[in-house]
Design a protein around this ligand. Structure first.
Ligand SMILES: [Zn+2]
Length: 400
């Protein structure tokens, strides 16, 4: 029988810790990028600590092979092909019913609104590719947020903490690593089909240790305040490397911050528009933006995701109407038999629209359908200069 809850999570336990501030933890917002092995451990630990608002982003579904190192997944989740983020959220709230865990099934860059990045206290990266790290770093730096990166392989694991003004993932990339990322993401006018990322051999132990270290760092970041001396040392601008084969833990200085790096652009002075939502049509949004900003001309800059109008194959030369955000193009090609077959022997050239204004040919499409996620902040060029406008009407979906 369920009786009314009469206790508060952590009372008489965490409250004995000299550094622990219950209200801060209860009100904290943490974005967890990735719900794989590390994401499972990270969300589990955040839930145990009673972190009040957790957002988990992942586009993947659960497979049997995930069960060996994902504490929140069950066999039935793999059989039912469930989404990782949804199962992680549900199980974490079973562990601690006093918190909210909100799953986001999708991509970090094209499906998570920038408003959410701006609203969190800290971001935890549980990712398995350089490209994803590069993209997450861009968003975190733009939002002015610290992000805690974890990576695991075999019996080894690494935690790195990136904080704007101290260290940046992109600044730390070698030229070769950077060129590799650009090859896979930056080649804007040609479609390159790519296989999914290779599976990394790792163990549940590496995931537990590194996921635990990440949450410990997150708890420190949540507790940091300007007016008080911190009772702990953080890994900001450092890298911790755990080597399970030899039982060694080393901490290195790891702080690259170059003044020329394009990732350091911060979006501040945001106009909060209560009447705007990504579910609104492009046409109506342009009208509303003119009114809100009191301007005559409006151009929405598609900074994260371009709109693909058509693609043209080389051999045979043929045009295909697509009308999709760039982020959905690969899946579209894979799901379309003619295009999939063609993709093995031809290159597709993209005809895209980077800036949306009154001449946009599909004014009845919603912002979401052209590639702007819910609760995003859009960059708008006008005759009075550039504005950043937050789609506040969507904030409710994130419990904000
Ligand atoms: Zn940088």
């Amino acid at each position: 029988m369920f009786t009314e809850r009469t206790y508060e999570w952590g009372d008489g336990v965490f409250t004995l810790l000299s550094w622990f501030k219950k209200e801060k933890v209860k009100n904290a917002r943490v974005l967890v990028a990735g719900a794989g092995a590390l994401g499972n451990e990270v969300v589990k630990n955040l839930a145990l600590f009673g972190v009040g608002n957790i957002y988990v982003v992942d586009f993947d579904r659960i497979e049997i092979s995930n069960l060996t190192r994902s504490v929140l997944f069950r066999e039935k989740d793999a059989y039912s092909n469930s989404y990782k983020s949804e199962v992680v959220a549900r199980r974490a709230m079973e562990i601690n019913p006093q918190i909210k865990v909100i799953p986001i099934v999708g991509n970090l860059f094209s499906d998570v609104g920038f408003g959410l990045y701006k609203s969190v206290d800290v971001i935890i990266g549980c990712l398995d590719s350089r490209i994803a790290r590069y993209l997450l770093n861009r968003m975190a730096m733009r939002a002015g947020k610290t992000w805690i990166d974890g990576s695991i392989e075999n019996m080894t694991g690494v935690v790195r903490v990136y904080t704007p003004g101290i260290s940046c993932y992109e600044c730390g990339l070698s030229r070769e690593e950077f060129n590799n990322i650009m090859l896979r993401t930056g080649c804007a006018d040609v479609v390159r089909m790519q296989g999914s990322a290779g599976r990394v051999a790792t163990t549940p132990i590496s995931a537990s240790i590194i996921g635990a270290m990440q949450v410990q760092e997150a708890m420190k970041i949540i507790h940091l305040s300007e007016d008080e001396q911190a009772p702990f040392k953080t890994l900001q601008g450092k890298m911790l490397r755990y080597e399970g084969m030899t039982n060694s833990v080393n901490i290195y200085k790891y702080a690259s911050w170059k003044s020329s790096c394009p990732a350091h652009e911060q979006w501040n002075d945001i106009v909060k528009a209560d009447s705007l939502s990504a579910t609104e049509t492009v046409g109506n949004t342009i009208l509303k933006l003119k009114e809100i900003l009191n301007v005559k001309s409006v151009e929405i800059n598609m900074r994260n995701n371009k709109f693909i109008d058509k693609i043209i194959s080389d051999r045979p030369e043929k045009e295909f109407d697509i009308r999709l955000p760039e982020s959905e193009l690969d899946a579209y090609i894979t799901g379309n038999e003619e295009l999939r077959k063609l993709s093995y022997r031809t290159l597709f050239h993209k005809c895209f629209i980077e800036n949306i204004d009154e001449s946009f040919p599909y004014p009845d499409m919603s912002l979401k359908d052209v590639g702007i996620p819910l609760y995003d902040v859009i960059q708008v060029s006008t005759e009075k200069g550039q504005f950043y406008v937050e789609l506040m009407k969507d904030a409710v979906i994130y419990n904000l």
